[in-house]
Design a protein around this ligand. Structure first.
Ligand SMILES: [Fe+2]
Length: 1196
């Protein structure tokens, strides 16, 4: 297709005067458009939005402005096979009175020294005026006023050095580009302003290459129904149809690397009945034998028929053509298949009820069928629920034979007959004859059909379908459950048999070239660390002072699954400090053929090329028994074997932990966090100050230690039967449910709903991290790639104008250094307020962008999910993975636990126990030093940080992220009302977002606290002067802000107002805020797919969807997630000291206490009533800020 366009360009004669250096090229072109000037002109309302609809403008970004004159955009200009490059375009004129629009190249570049394009739109009144084109049938316009005459002119000076490329570019402008551009604009108007669009998605059972060979060839019309032939003339062709009809179309765009082809046509009153028509066809490979075709049409009805009416007719008529295309090009049945089908399965009476089960086995269909096909004893190898299975004597394993088997579960004996078997099509049908002892209900017409279908060369879909009748209908679901269990046991058994293949991989790390510099001017000392996913890594030698190292080293690695990745990490040896990561490269083992060597030049993410040779040899038999493998993978990270050299350091750390916990007495002094042993250069001493090891008064009571121990025991007990539950797992997400047991409850609703967009968005308002959702009112925050997203028919910008746009920006993740073997992003999520019936609304998804590269940034959205559902799901997982890291290291550990500790020490140091502020704050600091002490020595311990294996950022990455954010932190700015205001929310709810209960309940609680604190301050201080004169208070402030490192805390407090603000802020932060980000942990973290804390694979490149199995592979392994479940369970232990139990003011200012207590209980009642209402509507209640559930302090 691209060749067609290129030939036309080659044939074009370019005037000699255009070709000399510095020559100005001026070209102009006019065409009548089948819409009025006013409608056409509406396309120019927003420069940015318009750019999104220009073919060949890739990686669009807004550099300046918001769509009006002065706006500058950059894009990569890529006309297929012609000169391409980076460009920046500025809108310099938009005159509504003359309808003139002009853009200029913002700066000279490799393509153009200067470039200007002007478009002028006029109302055409000359009925007959048309562009002269010899072979395009022209229609007379009956009503000149409905036609816009559009004139496009370009004036440019080429900067292309290669003369042939320069000639091609000028010729391309002459023969194609000018017309194509104004029709791109027409197409935009037709689709977005007039609604003339519809997309068909087709799934065709043939390879993408084969389909592209047909569709991508301009001379081939065999894919168009009833087409009899075509006459091609340049980029135009006439398609001839039966009944002497014909249709003229022209090629509008083609890109063979993206499998994209766009064509369009004008008046076609007799055939398509359109004044204008455009078809945009793109092919995506689902697997090697299946292609997904998206066929996106734009149309403008002839005779000005109403659009909706026309659309109905058009879509209806077109659908049959689409169905024909699907049927015609799906793999035709071979003669053999046709014959077998003709012989066909026996006719049997279908029962009224049915059961089905399906799964994918990683093995070629012939091999899976070979294992499955025997009808007797051999089945027990994979179908492990049977105690015995025999073919009834004297039968052989042929059609009609009967098998007898006993299940280990029910102990009943069952007889089944093989009714039909088709080895060539991999299918069989068997029937149930009898059961002994007979079941309490009678089953009849029980036929099970098993079919196996190849999904690519290496995977097989296994499907069971059973129909049956039963004497009593209440038994149906029980029977279905049992059947499904038996079928899934078969599929799982086959999966285990095929997935346990193992092999060896020989890797020769050859050389690398042009590696990126990490050490400024100095050459690097590169070496490579390589590993197969989570396997043991191996390391090459270090090559000194070179960006083009040669290693030439050979390694042998073992491989446990064909779906694994080989990860090459290029490191730079640093004599001082930590070695740097220079980049990474990946190879999926699926790309290799067992027994064949493959040479590869890999692009290093980060810069450069790495040359390797790979030789994979898969063994035929499993190398180790399944049981052993399970036990090995069950080992949780902190129980993994540790090198002897580490043991002393660990022992010393524990001795210190225990001896300091026993404590030297009541001593409250600051100490600073010590550097990590592995990363001594990270300045953790800048963190909020901590208390010296554990004053005895801060130790947990025996009751609290006992409750923690009880919870730990519940967790351990829950792990007891986990192997059994794992073995019983049926569905793909079931292994992650195995953590739940009678001891640990499952969040059943979440397990059902987690994949839905509404649930994903709801968690931003009511989940574990309600801290990031932000009203988006600033266009510059929206990446250009996301401007094209739509919600309820509105563009991103329109939604923003209507205050319906919300953004979540994970910018803090940008500063986190890469972690080998884990992949994370700093995503941007856009959501919108979806209007629902009855005046209700909810937050819903617009899209996700994971990267912020200058180059290409892919956007994942509900729209992209239609063709790429797995990629979309994986993108959402990457978002929550980033969210977990931000939630835990910033909002939970950082801003509440660690951030508030300096206040506790300063209070004990400077405010005597009978000081009213000491009295006020004391209950709110209960157990904080104790829990922080434990966190510092476990979660982020210097020796064995538990967060290290759990989180994508690893411990050091999380600590660096918090360090960066802490440097910007300001205590007063982070006060609840201020923090919400910065995100666009207020107490009155003017943002209009419903169900943001963190906001609603938070404001109410803030007000109750403020009244309480005001009452206390009014009693204790007669006026501002009394506050200023309180020396102890001023010392407390100085210590907190200075050596305490609590940034933004006032160095001195001189007014009652400031004192009230500060104290309210402290109390809110340690009670409500911590409760909101702490206690929902188990609810949302325990089912790992909902919130994986890390993923082992990046988003895959390329136009295809990823396999579901690849998504599963990237999740932390199900047997290895115990840590996340354990932590979330321990840390969600309900507090025994709720805010409603605070009695700090009871004896000194009883009126203040009474009022506080009453207001809290009233608020609790109000929230409970609201939650009951929510439950009544089937919605999720938000209980975390109900005062009865709000802990008075950070105590867990
Ligand atoms: Fe906590």
């Amino acid at each position: 297709m691209a060749a067609t366009l290129k030939k036309v360009v080659e044939d074009c004669k370019v005037p000699g005067e255009f070709m000399s250096d510095g020559a100005e090229v001026f070209l102009t072109h006019s065409e009548d458009m089948p819409v009025s000037a006013e409608v056409y002109w509406s396309a120019f309302r927003d420069f940015v939005e318009l750019q999104l609809h220009m073919e060949g403008h890739e990686k669009l970004r807004v550099l300046k402005g918001s769509g009006k004159v002065g706006t500058v955009v950059s894009f990569y200009y890529d006309p297929t096979d012609l000169a391409e490059g980076q460009r920046e375009m500025k809108l310099v004129e938009k005159d509504d009175s003359t309808r003139t629009w002009r853009v200029q190249e913002a700066a000279p570049n490799e393509l153009y020294k200067s470039y200007e394009m002007t478009i002028k739109v006029e109302g055409s009144t000359t009925a007959e005026k048309k562009v002269k084109r010899s072979n395009v049938r022209l229609r007379t316009k009956h009503d000149g006023t409905t036609t816009a005459k559009v004139t496009i002119s370009v004036r440019f000076v080429s900067a292309i050095k290669d003369l042939n490329e320069r000639r091609q570019d000028i010729a391309y402008h002459m023969v194609h580009l000018l017309g194509a551009r104004i029709r791109d604009i027409l197409n935009f108007v037709v689709r977005e302003k007039l609604g003339g669009k519809h997309r068909f998605d087709l799934d065709i059972g043939c390879s993408r290459e084969k389909m592209w060979g047909i569709v991508g060839n301009f001379n081939d019309v065999t894919w168009i129904r009833e087409a009899t032939g075509t006459t091609v003339n340049g980029i135009r062709r006439t398609i001839h149809f039966t009944k002497d009809r014909s249709l003229e179309v022209r090629l509008a765009w083609a890109d063979s690397s993206d499998y994209l082809f766009v064509y369009e046509g004008d008046d076609s009153p007799d055939f398509l009945h359109c004044k204008y028509y455009r078809g945009r066809i793109q092919l995506f490979a689902v697997n090697p034998n299946r292609v997904r075709v998206t066929y996106d049409c734009s149309f403008l009805p002839a005779n000005d028929s109403p659009m909706e009416e026309f659309k109905k007719r058009f879509v209806g008529a077109f659908s049959s053509g689409v169905a024909w295309l699907e049927a015609t090009f799906s793999k035709p049945k071979t003669d053999r298949e046709a014959t077998t089908t003709a012989a066909g399965p026996p006719a049997f009476k279908k029962g009224a009820y049915s059961t089905s089960a399906c799964g994918t086995v990683r093995g070629p269909v012939e091999e899976v069928w070979k294992v499955f096909r025997p009808f007797g004893r051999e089945c027990m190898e994979y179908w492990k629920i049977y105690d015995s299975m025999e073919i009834e004597a004297p039968g052989n394993d042929v059609q009609g034979c009967i098998r007898l088997f006993k299940t280990s579960k029910t102990k009943s004996t069952i007889r089944e007959r093989l009714e039909w078997r088709d080895d060539e099509n991999h299918a069989e049908i068997y029937s149930l004859l009898s059961m002994e002892p007979p079941p309490p209900v009678t089953m009849s017409n029980t036929y099970t059909t098993v079919t196996m279908t190849a999904v690519g060369e290496k995977e097989t879909e296994v499907k069971f379908e059973c129909t049956f009748d039963v004497s009593v209908s209440f038994a149906v679901s029980r029977i279905q459950d049992n059947q499904k269990g038996a079928y899934m046991a078969c599929i799982n058994g086959l999966q285990q048999l095929f997935h346990s293949e193992v092999g060896t991989l020989e890797v020769v790390v050859g050389s690398a070239s042009d590696l990126a510099r990490t050490d400024g001017w100095f050459d690097a000392d590169p070496y490579i660390v390589l590993a197969v996913n989570d396997g043991k890594p191996v390391t090459t030698k270090v090559c000194h002072s070179t960006q083009n190292p040669i290693w030439d080293e050979r390694f042998q690695l073992s491989v446990t699954s064909r779906t694994r990745n080989i990860i090459f990490t290029v490191m730079d040896r640093d004599t001082v400090g930590q070695d740097d990561i220079m980049g990474t490269a990946n190879v999926n083992l699926d790309e290799l053929t067992s027994g064949k060597e493959k040479k590869m030049a890999l692009d290093v993410q980060g810069g450069g090329t790495l040359n390797v040779r790979l030789y994979l040899k898969m063994h035929d038999k499993p190398k180790e028994p399944e049981g052993e493998k399970l036990i090995t993978s069950l080992a949780i990270p902190f129980l993994a074997p540790v090198a002897q050299s580490e043991m002393d350091a660990i022992r010393n750390e524990f001795v210190l932990l225990i001896s300091s916990f026993l404590g030297p007495g009541q001593k409250y002094e600051y100490e600073y966090m010590k550097p990590l042993r592995t990363h001594p250069d990270v300045p953790l001493e800048e963190y909020p100050a901590a208390c010296v090891p554990m004053p005895t008064g801060e130790m947990f009571t025996p009751q609290k230690a006992g409750r923690l121990m009880e919870r730990l025991m519940q967790f351990i007990a829950s792990q007891g039967q986990i192997m059994v539950r794992l073995a019983q797992a049926k569905g793909i997400w079931d292994p992650w449910k195995a953590n739940f047991s009678g001891y640990l409850p499952a969040n059943e609703r979440l397990i059902e709903e987690w994949q839905k967009d509404e649930e994903f968005c709801r968690q931003y308002l009511q989940g574990i991290n309600p801290m990031l959702v932000t009203v988006c009112k600033d266009q510059s925050r929206i990446p250009a790639e996301m401007l094209g997203l739509k919600g309820q028919g509105k563009t991103t910008l329109q939604l923003m104008e209507e205050n319906r746009l919300f953004i979540v920006d994970y910018a803090p993740m940008l500063g986190v250094p890469p972690t080998p073997g884990k992949f994370f992003y700093a995503p941007i999520v856009l959501m919108y307020k979806e209007q629902l019936a009855g005046g209700k609304s909810r937050l819903n998804m617009l899209g996700i962008q994971l990267t912020r590269d200058k180059g290409e940034n892919e956007v994942y959205s509900p729209e992209s999910a239609k063709t790429h559902p797995n990629k979309y799901m994986f993108a959402k997982m990457h978002v929550v993975s980033a969210d977990n890291n931000v939630h835990q290291f910033l909002y939970h550990l950082g801003y509440t636990h660690l951030g508030m500790e300096p206040l506790v020490v300063a209070m004990h140091t400077h405010l005597p126990p009978d000081h009213p502020i000491h009295r006020l704050l004391l209950p709110h600091f209960k157990d904080t030093i104790g829990i922080n002490y434990l966190a510092r020595h476990s979660l982020v311990s210097r020796i064995f940080p538990i967060t290290d294996p759990m989180f994508a950022t690893s411990t050091v990455g999380g600590l660096i992220m918090f360090l960066e954010e802490w440097r910007k932190y300001n205590f007063m700015d982070m006060a609840f009302p201020e923090e919400l205001k910065r995100r666009g929310f207020d107490e009155a709810g003017t943002d209009g977002l419903e169900n943001y209960f963190y906001r609603d309940d938070g404001f109410k609680l803030w007000n109750v606290y403020k009244t309480y604190v005001t009452g206390m301050v009014n009693h204790a201080y007669t006026g501002d002067k009394a506050v200023q004169a309180d020396k102890a208070l001023q010392e407390f402030c100085r210590m907190t802000e200075g050596p305490g490192h609590l940034h933004g805390f006032p160095r001195e407090i001189s007014t009652k107002k400031l004192l009230i603000d500060c104290l309210t802020n402290i109390i809110f932060n340690v009670s409500a805020q911590h409760s909101a980000v702490n206690f929902p942990q188990y609810e949302y973290y325990s089912f790992i797919p909902n919130r994986p804390a890390q993923l082992s694979m990046p988003m895959p490149d390329g136009p295809n969807d990823m396999l579901e199995s690849a998504v599963l592979e990237a999740l932390p392994h199900e047997t290895n997630t115990a840590l996340q479940v354990l932590l979330s369970y321990m840390l969600s232990m309900p507090s025994q000291t709720a805010i409603t139990g605070v009695e700090a003011m009871k004896d000194v200012y009883p009126d203040v206490h009474e009022k506080f207590h009453t207001q809290l209980l009233d608020l609790s009642k109000e929230i409970k009533a609201r939650n009951e209402g929510l439950k009544g509507e089937g919605k999720v209640a938000y209980t975390y800020l109900d005062p009865e559930n709000v802990a008075m302090s950070i105590d867990i």
